[in-house]
Design a protein around this ligand. Sequence first.
Ligand SMILES: [Zn+2]
Length: 147
Amino acid sequence: MRRIDYIVIHCSATKPSQDIDISDIRRWHLKRGWKDVGYHYFIKRNGTIQRGRDLDHDGYVLEEVGAHVKGYNSNSIGICYEGGINELGKPEDNRTGQQKESLATLLFTLKELLPKAQIKGHRDFPNVHKACPSFEVKDWLREIKLK
Ligand SMILES: [Zn+2]
């Protein structure tokens, strides 16, 4: 198992009216010339958790090096939720209640497996000039009592 220091939260930067899933993101990322979708997990607006990058097709994603945060891919995993911008294209925390629930459940599970890993938002990394994931991860972790 590789070393995982960070669990990184992203948004898909899609509007609430859009309906996409991991296969769309996989298609976009393959078009960029990547080997597979860059994220390890995707959380749909209805709360469904989909598995992402799985190059060896064993159903287990944590050992895969993703492509989601510059300079930190080798020691991180990436979780993306569907949404993150409003209908005008501006950053907005529009996670549904089901998404928040699924994200919290996934994070608690991952923290049990990887107790030393730090949970961060994409924008919390140095030199990231994006709003992703459109909410303050630190504040939300405090809210759900996850450190
Ligand atoms: Zn991101």
